[in-house]
Design a protein around this ligand. Sequence first.
Ligand code: HOZ
Length: 422
Amino acid sequence: MNLFEEARSVIAGGVNSPVRAFAGVGGDPLFIKSANGAYLETEDGRRLIDYVGSWGPMILGHCDPDVIAAVVETANNGLSFGAPCVLETQLANKIRDLVPSMERLRMVSSGTEATMSAIRLARGHTGRDKIIKFEGCYHGHSDSLLIKAGSGALTLGVPSSPGVPQGLAKHTLTLPFNDADALAVAFERFGDEIACVIVEPIAGNMNMVPPIAGFHESLRDLCSQHGSVLIFDEVMTGFRVAKGGAQALFGITPDLTTLGKIVGGGLPAAAFGGRRDIMANIAPDGPVYQAGTLSGNPLAMAAGLATLAKIDVPGFYTALDRRTRQLADGLELAARDAGIPLAVEQEGGMFGFVFTDDGPVRSYAQIAASNVARFRKFFHGMLDAGIYLAPSAYEAGFVSSRHGDAEIEATLSAAQGVLATL
Ligand code: HOZ
């Protein structure tokens, strides 16, 4: 029995999160034995350059010595207390330094919990039920948000999951990403019923789709005019596209922000937070309930703190951006040389590429019409050449500070070879 079959015999679908299953590209998922820097080592002894980075958290590469040391030291003092510890306050302070719109915040254990809690808070704060999200944006798998969602839901072709009660789904209005006119119409029609608008400021769960000029400004204005809460879901973009996240990059102040991935440095931590008056509604200060046994777990706090300390040094993002740009430019050039239409995006340490002659990609419809069969071929060609990309045409890629010239050059040389075969 191979490892995947063995896993399938006891774990539903053989994986603990569907997008890992290679359903979008075919074949069996790789089982990872260990990872270091920019590299993964598989159970069958292969060494791969990693552009998944655990789907975003590993901005310092794998096994960063300072993060590991912090976790080990903290573990020696106990794994979980279910009572406050100072690491929680320290990490909260660090987050607020880097993302000042998060005046008050709360730690949770996953991005899903962060967005789910932020939505409940927005509903509790406004006393309204309806929420607006955008097609192809993914905000975790809570019921209100699993409607026309991206990421694994899109990869598996089930963007709106069975099991979400119609009575709840009817409160989620889904609009096209980057369409400020549709948003204005929705507000005209439902304005005083809309609790919040939630958006990935750079969509990263339908490949990578940046906002068009003015889109976020429209979101901000319409939410302010109608007393709706603007939620920036920066689970992916937080500390990834810039030190202060996408909100710093675009100069927009959301009412609430959700963070995950990098904030836990590779351990399960996430956060939501924002305006002090809104956060005052959360129990025990207010009536909106939210809780978690492992929330603010000391190990996760230590990993997050060690990670945020290392990204908050001069030049970190300039270097990361330069390195990722080198990869994106190289991919674009290699595709042009091979005569393959490819639309490439990059911001900070995040990148995306779409096989389409309809670039630049700014909508879900363009992604949906892209050449997924070509992506699958490219993915497997790259994997055979030792490069591990996200196993789905609908996911963004990530570069870490441990990806150096050697890794980028090896990747581009592999890409040249594979593109020539497509
Ligand atoms: N947001 C992550 C990728 N889009 C989730 C990873 C997962 O679903 O396992």
